[in-house]
Every structure is written in C-alpha cells, then in structure tokens.
Design a protein around this ligand. Structure first.
Ligand SMILES: CC(C)(COP(=O)(O)OP(=O)(O)OC[C@H]1O[C@@H](n2cnc3c(N)ncnc32)[C@H](O)[C@@H]1OP(=O)(O)O)[C@@H](O)C(=O)NCCC(=O)NCCS
Length: 177
C-alpha cells in the first residue's frame, strides 16, 4: 500500500504522455481525449491519483441512466420504478503498470463511490455502472459489483461486461471505511 495518494480532478496542464496501464486504448484515451472531454465537451470528468507529484492512475466518470429491466436482481427491479434510473458511470479506469497492485485502483474506486454518494444526495443516483474489461471483472466483483441482467454476453463495448453496484452497498462500504 502506498502511503500518500492524492485524488484530484485532472488539470489541463497535467503531464500524461508517459502514462501506461497496459491497455493501449485506455492510455490513448487518457493522453488524448480525457482533457477535451472534460474541458471542452463537458462529457465527463477525470480524476487522477497522484503519488509524489506523479500521476499513477485515473478514473473517468460521467452521468448516465439505466433501464429498470437491466437491474441485476429481482429485488431491485421490484423496488425501482419503470423509467430511466440515474447512475454514475465509471467510464474508464487505469493504473500505471509501475503502480499496480499497491492499492491505487481501490483508492480511485473509493473516490468514485464518494462521488456517487454526492450525486445521490444532490440529484439522485441508484448505483455505479462500469463496462469491465475481461481481465478486470474480478477486481470489480471483489467490491460487490454484479453483472447487469440480460447483458452478460457483453459485446456492447468490445466485449466488456457491464457491471452494477447498488448505492446502498456503496454507502455501507464507505461507512465501514
Ligand atoms: C484493474 C486495475 C485498475 C486495478 O488497479 P490496481 O491499483 O492494480 O488494484 P489495487 O492494487 O487497488 O487492488 C485492489 C484489490 O483488487 C485486486 N486486483 C487488482 N487487479 C485485479 C484483477 N485484474 N483481477 C482480480 N483482482 C484484482 C488486488 O489483488 C487487490 O485485492 P486485495 O485487496 O484482496 O489484496 C489495474 O490493474 C489496471 O489499470 N489494469 C489495466 C487497465 C484495466 O484493466 N482497467 C480496467 C478497465 S474496466
């Protein structure tokens, strides 16, 4: 575990050229598109994890909505109304290969959970969704994410598996620290 990780919004002047998480498409997104999506198009916001002045990871989030029928459990489908449900989408997540395995990804996820709770309290949010890459599915499942119903076969975004975590579980996880 690294001792001091700062999580803050991306700044336009942040140096991103040598970031490498092992997924070229994610590196390309972070280096070339995260900035314009945030500062010009206003589509999404990227948060960076900084250790000793160096960016070691990033998480990009955006507002989104889900249909009730996609919810991963019958309990949730019964509980929620049949119109588009507000969620926070974790659109991208990457940790530099040199910093993987020491808690940076989990730290970024905790920050995203905090954002989801703030969204819940200000405009409404029933959970967090992510299109998980095959190699990262277990990382999310460890945190309690479940496959969205009817979408198990993936194929929506290059074979990624859409996962969901209920806002009540997020609140409980954050309270437990
Ligand atoms: C997946 C990724 C974000 C994880 O970040 P990380 O900083 O290495 O993960 P952490 O060190 O915070 O690990 C937290 C826990 O998840 C586990 N974990 C990490 N990566 C995992 C994986 N790919 N599969 C299963 N478990 C994983 C760790 O062992 C740790 O478990 P523990 O607390 O029981 O010890 C990072 O490896 C990465 O950027 N990979 C390449 C890009 C990618 O796949 N991004 C996700 C796109 S959806």
């Amino acid at each position: 575990m690294v001792t001091k990780i700062e999580i803050r919004p991306l700044r336009s002047e942040d140096e991103r050229g040598d970031f490498s998480c092992g997924e070229p498409a994610l590196d390309r997104f972070f280096q070339h598109y995260a900035g314009q999506n945030q500062f010009k198009l206003r589509l999404a916001v990227t948060y960076v994890a900084v250790v000793e002045g160096r960016i070691v990871g990033f998480a990009t989030v955006a507002a989104a909505s889900l249909e009730r029928d996609a919810m991963p459990s019958a309990v949730l489908r019964r509980r929620l109304p049949a119109y588009p449900l507000p969620v926070l989408r974790l659109a991208r997540l990457g940790v530099d290969w040199a910093a993987q395995g020491v808690g940076v990804g989990r730290c970024l996820l905790r920050h995203v959970f905090g954002l989801a709770l703030a969204q819940r309290d200000t405009v409404g949010c029933v959970g967090v969704v992510v299109d998980a890459k095959t190699d990262a599915v277990a990382f999310y499942e460890k945190l309690g994410f479940l496959a969205l119903d009817g979408l198990r076969e993936g194929g929506l975004h290059g074979g990624a598996l859409p996962l969901f975590l209920d806002i009540r579980q997020i609140a409980a996880a954050v309270e437990l620290g």
